[in-house]
Design a protein around this ligand. Structure first.
Ligand code: 5GP
Ligand code: MN
Length: 339
């Protein structure tokens, strides 16, 4: 991070004022609506549901609403069936708690600005849109922040709260693969396990519950994968036609982007998903010190050092060339001792 966030928005374990201010705001309120970004991932779902279960354990009302349904493999988690899918929120709530969402439009839901908004996020680039903002880019998952909040609120770490926190951490670290993992990450996981989390069952639910269409789609996309001239960047592409032919859906591509990184020489991956015509959603991943978030930001998106994304419009060949150029620069910009 090059820029310093406004005073009062950054927190560290030693200076956790936003955490305590948020806990106080929650204690004095009764009815909550909880949401996260559209196309919710394990951290969005895990953080939101852990919060909802903790609030209910404190005798409060909590309603979780997302713009899109949970991905198939996450349907097995308790609480997921109670998530409302909607494009507008109108209920009578005392506060809206928004998880890991850089700005309110990313929720894909209208109406949150009407409420007292509590903004909890770990992504660089959060726009501080809340009445209270807690931003901790050192957290491996938003779920780690929710763990702290649950503790400060003195809410019980029930097996439902613990399971969703573990889900958030497991998925946002890519199965304990990515940077930002700290000793605290494992400390939280240890506590969730003591609270009753079954890591084997959780991993099986997340990673071994896919449909056949997804496997066929992975095959089709990986067969068409290209490698850049330097042999370090994998370029993957998907359009509606390919998805139809394979019998899968766009939702089935969750996790696909990480597979090229399992090749030793591959340092970064860029995945173009056609949304419509010449419009694409671009996802990027990188290894170690390669800051792919900088590349996403250049294209108007954002994210983390090793996982970022943006939208892009244009002819696919030109777009691919442009992104490869920028990613090669990011690879060459990393510290020399990490090559
Ligand atoms: P994914 O590739 O899984 O969609 O996103 C990877 C990471 O980049 C996530 O942490 C996500 O929040 C962030 N990200 C993806 N797309 C965008 C975008 O358009 N804008 C911003 N600010 N962040 C994004
Ligand atoms: Mn996250």
């Amino acid at each position: 991070m090059n820029s310093t966030p406004p005073i009062g928005t950054m927190t560290t374990p030693a200076n956790n004022n936003p955490l305590h201010a948020i806990a106080a705001a929650i204690r004095s309120r009764q009815r909550f609506v909880i949401s996260s970004h559209s196309g919710p991932d394990g951290d969005a779902i895990g953080s939101s549901l852990a919060m909802a279960y903790a609030l209910r354990a404190l005798g409060k009302e909590a309603h979780v609403v997302f713009a899109d349904p949970a991905p198939g493999p996450l349907q097995a988690f308790p609480g997921v069936p109670d998530i409302e899918v909607a494009s507008e929120v109108t209920g009578d709530y005392d506060a809206a708690i928004i998880m890991e969402c850089g700005d309110l439009p990313r929720t894909g839901i209208q109406g949150f600005e009407r409420y007292f908004v509590i903004n909890i996020d770990h992504h660089p680039g959060n726009t501080n849109y809340g009445a209270l903002n807690w931003f901790d880019p050192s957290a491996a998952a938003c779920g780690e922040m929710i763990f702290d909040l649950v503790r400060v609120l003195n809410a019980p770490l029930t097996v439902d709260v613990a399971t969703h926190i573990y889900l958030a951490i497991l998925t946002d670290t890519g199965g304990f693969h990515y940077s930002h993992i700290t000793a605290k990450t494992f400390e939280i996981c240890r506590e969730t396990m003591e609270a009753g989390v079954d890591p084997v069952l959780t991993a099986r639910n997340v990673y071994d519950s896919n449909n056949m269409g997804r496997l066929k789609l992975f095959g089709a996309v990986l067969s068409a994968m290209q490698i850049d001239g330097t042999g370090r960047i994998a370029i993957v592409y998907l359009d509606h036609e390919m998805a139809r032919a394979a019998g899968g859906t766009y939702e089935d591509t969750e996790g696909l982007i990480n597979l090229p990184l399992t090749v030793k020489e591959i340092q970064a991956v860029v995945f173009f998903k056609q949304t419509a015509g010449e419009e694409y959603r671009v996802s990027m991943r990188s290894k170690g010190d390669i800051d792919i978030g900088v590349v996403a930001k250049e294209f108007g998106g954002g994210g983390h050092k090793n996982a970022a994304g943006c939208a892009a419009t244009g002819a696919i060949d030109a777009l691919q060339k442009l992104f490869i150029e920028k990613i090669e620069q990011a690879i060459d910009a990393r510290p020399a001792d990490h090559r």
